[in-house]
Design a protein around this ligand. Structure first.
Ligand code: 1PR
Length: 535
């Protein structure tokens, strides 16, 4: 019957649930949105992808009467699947800007991860699970990794053990999923966990047709190192949006025509990298600094189409800043970011505008709350905001030649210089600024960045390996995850960066676009070297 293919979705409008919608549709189900508490009580099956902050979510649920309806629905043992905050809200309370009371169905308090013991917060990335009891929806998971992104977690205890169906370890053992009767909830994101994540949703949506397996016990898991495929996107001279790739940020062919290098179509390539096992896909709109991205509708289309078929996290960057168009209409950076999120991005990445914000913050020591970085992370959470740093290496004779953090370099410079600093740039590397990568990284961490994408202009497109000195400097300086970028040319470069630095992820572009090294080979090599990755 028709109702067999309908899912009721509780989206209280706090953020982007497009990925969940896309995954449900991909699995052949139709979505009905909850408008009133009655819609919850009448649902055949209900999915609740919690987004945003705990307190504001509870506020909306309570005011609209949905909190009560949810409790009744779950107590009546109706099919329910909570995701991420949709798991946390079932607990008694949360420490997130609180204590704040939750729905109170499960004993225990949701608390923040402790970053002091060397675990970076937010917890972003892929982990395997310890399955505690038969959960049905996790039957296909086994040793596979699933994708988490959160700073708060609930812990297993004697009081809640009837609920806990799996745990995960990230410094602490925390609750990865709960199950009681027909009520399920997962802390990870099945809609962003590739095929294995889709199988979790499929088992929830279609329990009878899936058959049961004996749950397999996952292996002990550390946070897997991520391998990210990056697509630099821009419009070429003919007006087509293409994936391009530069050498040290120069994307034009050195021919008479001087055309923009064209390495393929963004949606196709992203789909290919997803199939090949990329843990994440990033799009950088590299001319965003001069072309306003909301005028650049093709980029939004690229995101919409990609997110329909790619079920790992998508990041988009380029042009996130305040803007006034030719008609005098003002757009805030938050509006630009919101449009990216609505079109299917899970994270946005800020380049130039974060440099200005960092400079200002260091000068005034005041957090105004007005920078794009602060505004977007306040509304969408730190985990949704990446800062992309584009530094250039500047060699020095003496470490005291500049007021910025210097390092002694592994390989001396062209005139035998033994020191260097890393100067930040804006506008696609075109303009150097009076701030170092080290100073910027620390400043943006304080301003609310959830992750740093660390490029290096000198290494970009050279295929000679990552800038280990730089990546070590920055990944030791901050406690948010750092993505190493620029220079990958062989599988050994990936193991080198993970062995020698504290990078959480490594990103590459050229070697994947030119099909020199497939993503699977990178992962196979990392596994051989004893580095945990998602397979
Ligand atoms: O300043 O907020 O509009 O953001 C602009 C964004 O576009 C920034 O993230 C900036 O890094 C990026 N960008 C601007 N110009 C270029 C360019 O190449 N001309 N691309 C550019 C940056 C660097 C990496 C690249 C890695 C790996 N590309 O993303 O993919 O270096 O490459 P490789 O593996 O081939 O070495 P804003």
């Amino acid at each position: 019957s028709a109702s067999n293919s309908v899912v009721t979705l509780l989206d209280y409008g706090a953020g982007n649930v497009r990925s969940v919608r896309n995954a449900i549709r991909y699995l052949g189900f139709e979505i009905e949105d909850v408008r009133t508490p009655k819609d919850i009580l009448n649902a055949e099956r209900l999915i609740f992808p919690g987004v945003g902050a705990f307190a504001s979510a509870m506020d909306v649920l309570t005011k609209t009467g949905m909190a009560e309806a949810l409790c009744t629905y779950i107590k009546n043992d109706r099919p329910f699947l909570g995701i991420c905050l949709g798991l946390q809200l079932l607990f008694e309370s949360s420490e997130e800007n609180g204590p704040v009371n939750g729905l109170g169905l499960i004993p225990s308090v949701v608390g923040r991860f402790n970053s002091s013991n060397g675990f970076r917060v937010p917890h972003i990335g892929w982990n395997a699970l310890q399955v505690a009891k038969d959960s049905e929806i996790l039957d296909d998971i086994g040793d596979h990794h699933v994708y988490f992104v959160h700073s708060y977690r609930a812990m297993p205890s004697d009081d809640n053990k009837e609920w806990v169906s799996s745990t995960c370890n990230y410094g602490d053992d925390f609750i990865a999923s709960i199950r009681r009767g027909n009520a399920h909830a997962v802390q990870f994101h099945p809609e962003k966990s590739g095929d294995v994540g889709l199988s979790v949703l499929r088992r929830f949506l279609n329990p009878k047709s899936q058959g049961t397996k004996k749950p397999t016990q996952g292996k002990a898991s550390k946070l897997a190192k991520r391998v990210i495929a990056c697509l630099d996107v821009r419009t070429n001279d003919k007006g087509d949006l293409v994936v391009t790739k530069g050498d040290q940020y120069d994307v034009r062919e050195h021919t008479k025509e001087n055309e923009v290098r064209n390495l393929g179509k963004p949606v196709e390539l992203a789909g290919q990298y997803y199939k090949d096992g990329a843990d994440e896909v990033s799009f950088l709109n590299i001319t965003g600094f001069r072309d306003f991205p909301l005028g650049d509708l093709p980029m939004l289309e690229v995101l919409r189409h990609t997110s329909e078929n790619v079920f790992v996290p998508l990041t988009v960057g380029g042009g996130i800043r305040d803007f006034t168009d030719a008609n005098g209409r003002h757009y805030s950076s938050l509006e630009v970011a919101s449009e990216y999120f609505r079109s299917g991005a899970d994270k946005i990445s800020i380049g130039s505008d974060a440099v200005y914000a960092g400079e200002e913050y260091i000068k005034t020591k005041v957090k105004t709350g007005n920078s794009s970085l602060e505004q977007i992370s306040r509304v969408y959470g730190n985990q949704a905001v990446v800062v992309s740093i584009d530094p250039r290496r500047v060699y020095l004779k003496s470490p005291n030649d500049v007021q910025f953090k210097t390092i002694s370099v592994t390989k001396p410079g062209p005139s035998g210089e033994e020191y260097a600093w890393y100067q930040c740039t804006v506008n696609g590397g075109r303009e150097g600024r009076p701030i170092g990568a080290y100073e910027l990284a620390k400043a943006v961490e304080e301003l609310g960045a959830g992750e740093i994408l660390l490029n290096c202009i000198d290494c970009d497109g050279q295929g000679k390996g990552f800038d280990i000195d730089l990546i070590k400097l920055i990944s030791d300086a901050v406690s948010i995850p750092v993505i190493a970028s620029s220079g990958a040319g062989a599988v050994e470069h990936f193991s080198e960066v993970f062995v020698k630095t504290n990078a959480s992820a490594a990103l590459a572009a050229g070697i994947f676009h030119r099909k020199e090294v497939p993503i699977q080979s990178v992962k196979g090599h990392l596994l051989e070297e004893g580095i945990e990755v998602r397979i």
